[in-house]
Structure formats: structure tokens, C-alpha cells
Design a protein around this ligand. Sequence first.
Ligand code: ZN
Ligand code: ZN
Length: 1015
Amino acid sequence: MAAKFKADTSKRWLTLDYRPLELEQQVREFWETNKVREKLEQMRLVDNKGVLGYVEGPPTLNGVPHVGHARGRVMKDLRYRWKSMQGFYVPFWAGWDCQGLPVELEVERGLGVRNKRDLLERVGEEHFVAECKKTVMKYHKEWFEADKKLGVFMNHDKAYWTFLDEYIEREWQYLKRAWEQDLLGEGYYVVAYCPHCQTSLSNAEVGLGYEEVDDPSLYFKMKLKDSENEYFLVWTTMPFTLVTDLMLAVHPDAEYVKVKVGEEKWIMVRQRVEDLMQELKVKDYRVLDVVGGKNLEGLKYEYPFLDMVPKQSELDQNPLVHSVVTEDFVDVTAATGVVHLAPGNGEDDFKVAQRRKVPVYVPFDDEAKFTADAGEFAGLFARDADSHVVDVLRKKGLLVSVKTVTHEYPLCWRSHHKLVWLARKEYFLWTDKINSRVVEAAEKVSYFFESPRNRFLSFLKEGKPWCVSRERVWGAPLPVWVCQSCGNKVFVASKKELFERANAEPTQDFELHKPWVDRLVLKCDKCGHSMKRVPFVLDCWHNAGASPYARFTSEERNTFVPADFLTEGMDQTRGWANTLLLEHVVFTGKAEAPYKAFLFQGLAQDAKGRKMSKSLGNVLEANTVLEKHSADVFRFYALWKCSPVDAMSFDMRELSKRPYQVLGTLYHLHRFFMQNAEYDRFNPLVHTLAWAREQGMLAPADRWLLSNLQNTVAQYTARLESCEFNFACEELEKFVVDVLSREYVPMVRRDLWSDDPESLNRRLAVYATLWHVLRSLVLLFNPVSPFVCEFLWQNVYCALDKDLGESVNLQPWPLPVENLRDEQLEHDLGLLLRVVALSYSARQAGGLKRRWPLRKAVVVASRDQVKALKALEDLFLELANVKSVGFLNELSGAESAVEEGLWKTASEGDLMVSLDSERDAGLLGEGVMRDLARRVQALRKDLGFSPTDMLEAVHLAGLDDETKGLLEPLLGVMAGLVRARKVSLYRDMREVAGVAQEEWREFSFDDKRVCVAVK
Ligand SMILES: [Zn+2]
Ligand SMILES: [Zn+2]
């Protein structure tokens, strides 16, 4: 069809609707071909107003990115593009977390590994490591692809990989500082342990995996030694820990009582008696003696399984074992106020034993199964022993009650197995010793929102030691070698040092991983015997937490750390944000965090607000979503829907609603601008705002729009600064949809559709205004939705001004221009818009379409308001579509007319608008004619005709007789307006000869379909 018209194919996009997927593919290719990302980085490296350090929070390469990850990356990219435009250099370099449990479990699943023995014996460490690397590379492709689709301007060539030797060596140097300060060392302590993964976990990792689970809840009795019928009443949810029970604890300052139940006396805390008896459904009971908790100290009780666990009989010889101790941590507001202590299975219990020099009894193997030391319980997995213990208690007449409780309990954050606590020999970073410095450092950081700040600080204040050793394979090895003879330990911090001290040359394929590193045996300085490496790898969170040091050269580190701004998911309060902080404080010895600001993002949910999980099958993968949906629209949606700190429910149906509308409006405003501006040969170099002002051609509407823009620039930038991205996007939304499209365009539409040479300068002034405003808007939008911005930059701005920069990304960030501000005008025009809105209400009340010109309006307002409105009278006539308006301070003058019922009125507060509802055929015809002429004019521009081209004929079809009747007297005027030799009207387009079907354009007019064709 285009061939029939004089359409200019280079401007083809002007006739197209907003089709983001096509446009984005073009822009992706443009960025790649022209190396725009590289140019931006290079430009800011050389020419910047400061450096803002950045360290990428490395995604773990054990799965594909989902929309929640994509949301986080959009926030990072937003910040990067925005700060770069502001003139800062940011090392926006990628990084990948490659080691640790998440990757190992992914590989285990692929290989069908049943347990660790299966892994070591059937698969072997070398093969396993090779598979881990394959997995990492497989998922890297997915992440790389998602970044490309999303338009994330991260430098992937400078990515760090946490498994590479040079990274691990720098991590070792980090850790060496801790070793030298005695903050790293072997310790015997209770740690959380995953029976499936067969490794201990850190306190922080425990916090990552709480879920609701069922457990037995039981009340049982422990008989007071040498008594007739007296028992301590105890409660637990982990019956298996009775096997390792060594003490009972009571609170020293609480009052305990003996409660007579039947023939027995039960010892428990006084304040819980009533509630508990009710809970246990014991009706007949009597409270006997009251005794202070401290007086119970040292009493011995009869351990119930002495006959089943020989080791316990041995331990029972120790007077402290199976005796009552007093401890402040005993909670007397719950259960019975008497707790049993199993030092091998509980942190507090363990500390009590250590303090009192009670031996710790831990009869478990690496699968958390009881060993031979546990007598009749040997071979049972800890949690499987629960029911067995309950049975024995029942048989021995010691069980009081058992039921099931559902409660929050920590599961392994990767394998989802119930964790158990075991006393083990592990390596610890004794971060509890430097906790005050850690907390002080964290308090200096900006978190933008209160809730994550509190969450993070309260976690840090727990200040527990950090267990950094893992009994796994795919990780940075813990570089401690131990003498097999004298126990001497050395910490080796580099490959060079290692090779120098090793007894044999490393093999060709040597790398800093198991099993290669374990093959190096060192010679002991003290006794000359051989030293072997400890069996551990490092916690993968330590690995990633070393990045501010390990990913840079020393020089870069001095420049980029502390980082200016980091952002990761809310779960990273216990993860990366925590380990970054701990390691930095250990390393520097200062109360300083390696980041100045940290934005914790809310998690991703599905449309129904449920957590995304593989088991629910509701995970939205980023790449799949971005195949079908626009990256720009997705980015806008991810930032606009809710505060970054809130959990976001992703509903893909919402993309096509408001987010699409906002970007579509931005696009169509440019189309509208470009069609008109090119038609009138607008030249941005000549027709500047200054020129328009000198010509006296800037109307109040233009000045109002320009003033409004300054406000939007300031507000929007401030919202970005405070990470209120949703409110920032709302600023853009409001400006594009309301201010520009709904308010400003109607104010200037009549100016633009005429092509009278006499009013050309007025039109050029509108273009100058739009050029300035839309261009600023594109710059503001760029960090949010960069594709459409680049597209418009190329096709509008560079098309009209060849000297503009190559890419929108290379442009400076807009600043509010003070002399374009006019608060009085903003206020007055705001008032005018309210009055216009009232006129629409009045029309609605009278069934008067907005298109119908009316003879007269009366506006009632205060004296000051009338003054302001009178100055904007022309604009009112245009927007309200009336021929004249009278302004009154009070109603009196209009009253009589209103009463006659010919007037339609609407009011709001002290403002009132009345419209003369009497219709006039002449006015109506003119209204219809002008409206249709405007459509023809738009079509002329759409088809690429120039203002001087004379159309042969204009055909309008689909008109009813009444409309035709109104228009007929005005056809000559209309022909003049649209520059056509002849305008003809038809009821049906089939009446028109010589116009092909595809040449007709259809639009709706008064709820009817009207067609237009031009020749
Ligand atoms: Zn696990
Ligand atoms: Zn030695």
C-alpha cells in the first residue's frame, strides 16, 4: 500500500504501533555493533566526576534465573545507567558464585548420587569436580542470556569466578589475617549439621531454611534419685536427645513446687502449674512444698536408659552427670521450667558442660546415626530414634503425654532435610570476639528502609562464632596442614608457598581444589614428619564474602572498596551482606563495612502471592518470560509495581496493562511530535526554546509544561536516590500519561493541525517545547526502560540533530532548570484544569458530547481565581470547547438562567461551571467538520505528504444523513483546511469507485466507524 503514496520509507516507524519486541531486538543489535556499553564504560573511566565502587553480588550458578533475580538485576542496571549519566564511573563488572553446596547438590541430582560415600566411592572427587564445572558453565549461559535480554549493561568480560585459583589465593590471604590474629582456629563446638549433605553449616545458613514441620511434643518424668515417688517433669520436641542427656537445668531464681498427682510428686516451676495441669488434663492435683530453684542444684536423678546405653552408666559415675544445675537461660514461662541438657546436641547445653567440665557425649557418625557407643540405639538415624525413645519411656512408665506439634524448624537451606545439632571439631572464625566492631560497622551503613535494617542488625547482634569448615568437595580448600606426629599446624596462603614446601612437584593439571591440593604433603618445621591438609573446604558464603578483596587487584580494591551501593535479596541479611561485613572487619581490623549502602530487595512471589518454588511449579523463568514479553515493559513493571523492599507478586497479565500503556504513550507522543515537526520542517538547532521565547511564541501551556518538567526531574531524581523506585516510576507515569498526553497535547492540538504559514512560528514553538520536554523525558526513562529510549534517541533526536551523541546512554543526566520554573503559572493552570474538568462533568450531566461546541459557559470562582482564569481564557475556550465564557465572583447573575433548565451545572468546593446546553446546527457542523479535518490532516502526515502537497480528493465514508447534512455546507472550508481539491461524503465506502480496500483508514467517530481515503 505504501507504494501508492509518497511515503518515505526511512520514516516507516512513524506509521507503526509500539511493537517493543521488534524494537528491542534492533536496539540490542545496535548496542552490540556499536559497542555502546564499552564506550560508556570507557568514557566514564576517562571523564568522570567521581568513582562509585561496586562489587557484584555473585549469583550462584546452580539454576536458571527467575523473574525475582531479573528484578534485582534491573535495579542494579537502573543504578548503573543513572549514575553513569550523572557522570560517575562505576566498575559494573559481573561475578559468579561457583562453589559450595548449591552447586554440589545440583550435580548430585544429575549423577544420581545417594549419599556422600556414594559420591566419593562411585563418582570420585576428580570426576565430581569436573561435573561441577560443567554445571557452572551450563547455568552461566542462562544468566548471560537473561542479562542480554534485559539489557543489563554489566561488563561480563571482567567477571570474577569464585572457583578460579587466583580468586582462591586472594581469599586465602584474607583468611590469613584472621589466622594471624587468632580469629581463625580449630574448635570443638555445637554446630548445625545436615545429615543428607553430611556437613556442618554456619549459623547464618541455618537461618536461611526455616520451614513449618511436624515434631513430637512430649512430657516425661525423670525420677529423683533416692526418692520414693518424686519426679522432675520435663518437656522436649527432640526425644532422641534423651540418649545423650547428661543434666537437668532449672532457673536459680524461680520457685519450684512438688505437685501431688495420684501417688506421685512432680517437680516443676510454680507459675506453670495451673496451665500445665489443664493442658495435661490432670484434674486432681495438689501443690505441696515450694522450693527455690537454687536449692535443687546438685540433686541427682535416675537416667532412664542406663540399662540400654552402657556408656551412660560409665558417665553416671561422674557426680555432675545426671544432676540438676541452675542456669539463667531456662525459660520458666513455658513448659515445666525444667529442661534436660544434652551437651552433644545443643549449643547452650554444650556451654554448660564446658563451664562445669562435664564431658560431652556425642555418639554419632557422619550420617548422624548413633554409633556403638549408644548401646541399643546404635545404627539408628538420630531423628528416627525419636519414636523408639517415646516407646521406651512409655514402657518404663515415664511418659506423661505425647502429641504432634507443627512449628518452625530449620531445614538444610539446600537439601531441605531437618538439621541436627552436633558437637564437632570444626574450624571457626571467632567473630563473636569482634562482634561490637561488626555491629558498629553495620550501623554506619545506609539501608534506605527501616525493616531490613532492623532485621540485619538484630541478626548481627547474635554474634555467634562462624563455623567456616565444610566436609564437602567442591569449594575453596581450607589451607591448614597438620603434622601427623606433633600436631603442629601451618596456614599456607599462596600456591607459591605451597609448592615450595611440598614434598613433590604438583601435577600438570594441578588446581586449588580437592583432590589435587590434598596430594601435597608438607614437611613439619618442628619435627620433620609429614603434614597433611585438614579435610575441609571453606563455607561457600566465605568464598563469596571475600569478593571485595579477591575479585580486584590491590590497587582496584583501594579505589572501589568500600563500595558505594550494593543491592541483593532480603535473604542476604544472613548471607552475603553478613559475610562481606564480617570478613572486611576481620581483614581491616576497623569498624567499617565494605559497602556504604545496601538495599535489601523483597522476594519474588507468584501472582497469587505464593513463594515461587519448584515443588509448586510456579517459578517464572526470566528467559522464558522475556521471550514473550518486552524487556522494557518488564523492567518498568518490576520497578513500578511495589517498593523494592516489598515482596513482589509477579502477574504477567499486568504487563500489558499500565506498564505497557505508559511506554506506549511515550512512544506515541514521539510519533505525534515527529509527524508534525517533520511536516513543518522543524530544526532543533534553529528553533530552540530561546528562539521561541524571543519570538514571544511560548504560550502559557508551554511554559506550564516546562515548569512541570523541572519539578518531575527533581522529584524523580530524589526518589531514585532514596531507592523508592516505585514512586520514581509513578512520577514518570504521571508526567507522560496525565500531564503530557492528557493535558498538554489537547491544549496545543488546534495550534498544530493547522498548516497556515502565518501560524508556523507558533507551531515551531510547540515543537521546541516538545523537543526539550520529550528529550529530557527519554533521558529520565533510560535507566528504567533503556530500549525504547535508545530507539527514540536514534529515530527522533539523532534524526533531527546529527551532532547529538551516538547513544542516549552517553548523555548527561537532566538537571532542573530554575528559570523554566513558574510556580504561579503551575498553580493557575492547575486551577484552570479543575474548571475544565467541571465543564466535562456538566456536559456529562446534560448528555453533551465534548466534541459539540457550545455557545457559552459561566464560571463562578473567587476574585483571585477569576483573575487567574481570565488570563487563561483562550485555553479555557479551547479545552472546554465553548465559544465564550463569563467569569463571575458570585452566582447571582447566572442564577435565573440556571433555573430555566437550559444550563447544565457542576460544582466542586467554591468553583462552579454552567454550560448553555442549547445546540446550534451551525456550531455543531463546524465541530464535526473540524474534528474530521483533523483526522484527515493526521493521515496526510502519516502518509508522508509535505505541507505544500495538494491532495486530489478526500473521501469520507460511513456517515449518516444527519452528519452529512451538517457537513455539506462546510465542504469548501474543509477542503481548504486539509489542502485538497475536493472533499466528498458517502454513506458507504462501496459507493466510491477507484479506491482499493486497503487504502481506507478506519477510525471511530461518535460510536460509529468512519473511513477515510485520500488521493
Ligand atoms: Zn543438606
Ligand atoms: Zn611435627
